[in-house]
Design a protein around this ligand. Structure first.
Ligand code: SF4
Length: 303
């Protein structure tokens, strides 16, 4: 990667580590509230379980393979090596998350086989847009965090961070979902800007490129943020948090139906679909570091 840092570190804002963190937020949970306040409530306050879907499992598997691929020496990062990682990584994931085994009926051998083939097909999409033999990522599946507005901890897992010799940063996010891209693109960009804001606040450099790699379509979408935009985005995140606090105080999280309802686990409890939400849980102020509102989604699980 070759790129110039967009701003000088000396001119950039810094994170005050002595701040008293009062609350925390992850990009996935913030994006939930932006998408639909009631979805946010179901996931972060009611903490309703969600059944894993085949698509999410495939996303987690492909992210795991790409993560491990970069453990290999550069010359060995071939399509064949990636393909060879698919089955062992799936076995590892099922051992760690036994609920994944329930995605396929007992005795169904064709379903899992087709699942592994479809994951391998997504990896072919990856190799169509990148040559991992030419890359040495600085970080993979890294948890990054920063404090904004003196009190709000923002944090999330980025898929990959590339750093050029001149210090320029490129944030890379793998997208494996099969849903129409336009339905999720705004959410994906919101998450990438979230990472860009964290990196700017902690490293003093605005990432040169925010890159979405759509593996199914074998397409790359690059976005170049600037400092002004990230300042505005920071205000948006703080305002979003204030709106979440206010909604929590009023116990008022309204549904906001959209195309994304098709992928929502909670239609049966949603008034927009004739359902009734459960009683609002009695909760005290959560620990900002363990609060579900701040819990970042695992890489690939939020496709
Ligand atoms: S079904 Fe739609 S409106 Fe209802 S909670 Fe889910 S995303 Fe929100």
């Amino acid at each position: 990667m070759t790129a110039e840092p967009v701003i000088d570190a000396a001119d950039s804002p810094t994170c005050d580590s002595s701040s008293a963190v009062r609350a925390s937020l992850s990009p996935s949970r913030a994006a939930d509230f932006k998408t639909c306040p009631l979805l946010y409530r179901f996931r972060s306050i009611d903490r309703l379980p969600e059944r894993p879907t085949v698509e999410q499992a495939r996303g987690t598997l492909v992210h795991a393979v790409l993560e491990r691929l970069f453990d290999l020496p550069a010359a060995a990062r071939t399509p064949q090596s990636a393909g060879d990682l698919v089955a062992p990584q799936w076995d590892r994931l099922v051992t760690e998350q036994p609920e994944l085994a329930t995605l396929f009926a007992e005795g169904d051998t064709e379903g899992p086989a087709e699942f592994l083939r479809s994951a391998a097909a997504l990896l072919e999409g990856y190799f169509a847009v990148e040559d991992p033999r030419r890359l040495e990522p600085a970080e993979r599946e890294a948890l990054i965090s920063a404090v904004v507005d003196d009190a709000l901890l923002i944090r999330g897992y980025l898929d990959r961070l590339d750093v050029a010799p001149d210090g320029a940063l490129r944030v890379v996010d793998y997208k494996t979902g099969g849903a129409p891209r336009e339905a999720f693109e705004a959410r994906a960009l919101f998450q990438l800007k979230f990472y860009a804001l964290v990196l700017w606040r902690t490293r003093g450099v605005v990432p040169r490129v925010l890159r979405l790699l759509y593996l199914r379509d074998a397409e790359v979408c690059d976005y170049t943020p600037d400092a002004e935009e990230l300042l505005r985005f920071e205000r948006t995140v703080v305002a979003l948090w204030q709106a979440i606090e206010q909604a929590t105080e009023r116990q008022d999280f309204r549904p906001r139906p959209s195309r994304l309802c098709d992928w929502c686990n909670h239609q049966a409890l949603c008034p927009s679909f004739g359902g009734t939400p459960p009683p609002f849980p009695a909760t005290g102020p959560g620990d900002p570091l363990t609060d579900a509102r701040s819990r970042p989604a695992a890489p690939g699980a939020d496709e």
